[in-house]
Design a protein around this ligand. Structure first.
Ligand code: FAD
Ligand code: SF4
Length: 351
């Protein structure tokens, strides 16, 4: 019997990889650096997920439960990997809790870091309490508290959602599109309108990327059924007149300056590379993409292959990714990791 797989990161991708391996009878050691499993959707308290409409605590909570109760998965919380040596079939990992794990292969499912909006100071986050992020609005909804202005707990009458905060922005070194935030924002806008039907919700965008089937279920539905207004604009700054927030910029369709008051401004934050990636790269000997994500070396042949044989990657560790695609990648990586643990030498990245 080949050795267990080391899975690093207990978010949706890591949970899926552990479950997939266990389903075919293969053991794994799941190492998670925080005290809880579930990754960003649980740690950040997401509300209803797109596209399923399920609450994150139910959907991802279910993935956590089935791994927690699975004897084929050894769980190591509050733990990181300190060193990783060997070759496919025979690796040794030293863990921060002082234990040593003999494993046949590894999957990095270490995910992403939310963009910190203080890096976009001209848009008011950190200066005005009613400038918040999509994750904060998700938490307001998932906690049952409802959408309220943090400054005085009032129900906002006018909400602006600004897209592409920390994405598609070369000035701050973030060229990538974070892929899911247009759809997440359209979904949040509908949830705000559902809870507060009197509230006007505006989405300010460069381009709308509700790709694939999301176009009808989020972009058009939010406008036609929920009366969310979309404005193509270049936002210059978010200030305050002492009573309300003021969004200033240019409406790029009619080419006119805009100065519009709001009670709440929401930053649709993007998905940065995990802040641990330099360390992970050094410990596991894997290359990073030029933007700082973990680089996958093969797109079609060996899903999830990295620059090091026997070490695979899946989910948002590779780049901005949705939950369902992270899960699909994790299932593919689990299959390849099982084969590598058994010493299958054909599972090298294509050069
Ligand atoms: C505001 C917002 C809303 C979103 N809503 C949706 C949605 O509705 N639907 C959807 O499909 N997607 C959504 N996403 C994207 C979703 O968050 C990701 O697709 C998903 O979290 C990726 O899962 P993952 O397991 O790859 O990574 P993560 O969820 O980031 O999990 C990574 C795990 O690894 C752990 N970890 C990190 N570094 C280490 C280390 N060095 N050692 C050990 N453990 C480590 C972390 O603690 C974490 O538990 C949203 C994203 C944002 C920003
Ligand atoms: S998905 Fe939309 S909001 Fe997110 S970075 Fe891409 S274009 Fe911007």
């Amino acid at each position: 019997m080949s050795k267990p797989i080391l899975i690093v990161g207990g978010g949706p991708a890591g949970l899926a990889a552990a479950h997939a391996a266990a389903s075919v009878g293969h053991s794994s050691v799941l190492v998670e650096k925080t005290a809880i499993l579930g990754g960003a959707p649980i740690q950040s308290g997401y509300a209803k997920l797109v596209p399923s409409g399920q609450w994150a605590k139910d959907a991802i909570g279910g993935m956590v439960s089935r791994v927690e109760s699975n004897p084929k998965v050894e769980k190591k919380l509050n733990t990181v990997v300190k060193s990783f040596d060997g070759t496919p079939g025979n690796f040794v990992a030293e863990l921060s809790d002082g234990t040593r794990a003999e494993v046949g292969s590894a999957i990095l499912t270490t995910g992403f870091t939310h963009f910190d909006s203080v890096n976009k100071p001209e848009w008011g986050f950190g200066l005005f309490p009613d400038v918040v992020t999509t994750t904060q609005v998700e938490q307001m909804i998932s906690s049952g508290k409802g959408v309220r202005c943090p400054s005085d707990n009032r129900k906002p009458k006018r909400v602006a959602i600004l897209l592409c905060v920390g994405s598609r922005d070369r000035q701050i070194g973030r060229e990538w599109c974070s892929k899911i935030c247009c759809t997440v924002s359209a979904n949040l806008a509908m949830e705000i309108r559902e809870e507060l039907p009197e509230t006007h919700v505006y989405i300010y965008y460069m381009d709308i990327r509700t790709y694939g089937l999301y176009e009808s279920d989020y972009y058009w539905k939010s406008q036609e059924e929920f009366k969310v207004k979309y404005i193509k604009a270049r936002i210059a700054e978010v200030t305050s007149d002492g009573k309300q927030l003021i969004v200033k910029g240019e409406d790029t369709l009619v080419k006119r300056p805009i100065t519009i008051p709001f009670d709440m401004v929401v930053h649709a934050i993007g998905m940065d590379p995990n802040v641990d990636n330099m360390t992970l790269s050094a410990v596991f000997g894997v290359d990073l993409h030029r933007h700082g994500y973990i680089e996958r070396k093969d797109t079609y042949g060996v899903m999830g292959a990295t620059s090091r044989a026997g070490v695979f990657v899946a989910g948002a560790a590779i780049g901005p990714e949705t939950i369902d695609d992270s899960i699909a990648q994790a299932n593919a990586a689990a299959l390849n990791a099982i084969a590598a643990a058994a010493g299958n030498s054909t599972l090298q990245a294509a050069e």
